[in-house]
Design a binder for this molecule. Structure first.
Ligand code: SF4
Ligand code: SF4
Ligand code: FES
Length: 384
């Protein structure tokens, strides 16, 4: 047994007062969970402490919360580990010492109903419904179940592992800036159907998600959702898969998101560093490769970005006016390592998936043959 102090952000709407912090002392084995700590405080000190939970085994997705600023599941976070993190954070900010309070807050990017209970309907479930989370097959349904090859389902097993806890939504930086963003959980769910061989509306789904200004190109690759997800779904990876498929289908999006990605890759290949002026030009006039041949839209967009460029100069991000001229940015003197990465990627199609690791074709076939699913998540890693 060890003693811990949990510091909970509380909000009791019936009191008419704003949120406040309250500390509780709890006495638990370090291997027990933060949720166990909260339930002990509720039992011993204050029955009005509101926290949502059910399975206490990282299955139902009810107990999403922020622990020491990180979104996750209360029942999957050991209180001993939470204490170590609290002490580490305190030491990094010069407060030092041991036995710092473990800070527990409701999930972010969602309205708080009471204490740690958030309104999942307004920001999570509404967005899940937005992506039409059911199969859209064409033709007459079969007499019995649909039969699919096991290999054809492997690509979507990772997105199927989602337990709808909302931790990724809570941690998403793009949603903070744009609450309209469809978000990591709903887009991971969208990939579950886009990648399903039984679905007949893949193109329509991809077009819809690319065309929406709050859709797949609104993600900024910050990796927060990957870190937060307790089930290894890696929502950002699913969003990248949606983008790749949309690009392969030749779908143009209003924000030139796909062209922006292609431009990014080409510029790094050519220069080894990012020439942001060239990036802007190439994003709106793709395929020009350093020569200024912009479309009307590109001119409009580049003129519109002048205030941003001026801000860049003022803040020191862009050091000289010459950097505003596409193509003037310097090139890395030795590009060999960068070129080697491109050559490797060209030769090897690599998949990163909960169940697939390594090079395409090898483990997939091998594992399917053996009936083995590989996982990086100890909860789901098993041979079937
Ligand atoms: S990677 Fe994208 S979806 Fe995930 S948290 Fe960051 S911005 Fe949001
Ligand atoms: S993707 Fe992960 S973090 Fe997001 S809702 Fe699903 S299980 Fe939770
Ligand atoms: S209580 Fe079910 S996931 Fe935590």
């Amino acid at each position: 047994m060890a003693e811990y102090t949990i510091k909970v952000r509380r909000f009791q709407p019936e009191s008419g007062e704003g949120p406040y912090w309250e500390e509780f002392g709890v006495d638990l084995d370090p291997s027990l969970s933060v949720l166990d700590g909260l339930l002990q405080a509720k039992d011993r000190d204050d029955g009005s402490l509101a926290v949502r939970c059910s399975c206490r085994a990282a299955i139902c997705g009810s107990c999403g919360m922020k622990i020491n600023g990180q979104s996750g599941l209360g029942c999957k976070t050991q209180i001993g580990e939470a204490q170590e993190l609290a002490d580490k954070q305190a030491s990094a900010t010069g407060r030092g010492g041991e036995g710092n309070s473990i800070v527990i807050e409701p999930m972010g990017n969602m309205p708080v109903i009471k204490d740690l209970v958030t309104d999942m309907e307004s920001t999570h479930w509404t967005k899940i419904r937005r992506v039409t989370p059911w199969l859209l097959p064409h033709g007459e349904p079969p007499e019995r179940e649909y039969i699919v090859e096991p290999e054809s389902m492997i690509d979507i097993t990772q997105s199927m592992a989602c337990i709808q806890c909302g931790a990724c939504v809570s941690s998403c930086l793009s949603m903070e800036a744009d609450p309209g963003f469809i978000g990591p959980a709903a887009l991971a769910k969208a990939y579950r159907f886009v990648g399903d061989p039984r679905d007949a509306e893949t193109h329509e789904r991809l077009h819809d998600l690319a065309d929406d200004p709050h859709g797949i190109y609104d993600c900024t690759h910050c990796f927060s959702c990957v870190d937060a997800c307790p089930k290894g779904v890696a929502p950002m990876d699913q969003i990248m898969r949606l983008r790749r498929k949309a690009g392969e289908e030749g779908i143009e999006d209003p924000n030139s998101g796909h062209d922006h990605e292609i431009a990014f890759v080409k510029i790094i290949e050519k220069k080894g560093t990012l020439d942001e002026s060239l990036l802007l030009q190439e994003s709106f006039a793709p395929g020009v490769k350093g020569k200024l041949k912009p479309s009307k839209r590109a001119i409009r967009e580049m003129l519109g970005s002048i205030p941003t460029a001026i801000r860049g100069i003022k803040t020191g991000k862009m050091r000289s006016l010459s950097k505003l001229i596409p193509g003037v940015h310097h090139k890395l003197p030795d590009q060999d390592d960068v070129k080697a990465i491109y050559a490797h990627a060209e030769e090897h199609s690599e998949e990163f998936n909960l169940y697939i690791k390594g090079e395409e074709g090898e483990l997939v076939d091998d594992n399917v043959e053996k009936g083995i699913e590989r996982s990086t998540d100890p909860d789901t890693a098993e041979a079937k």
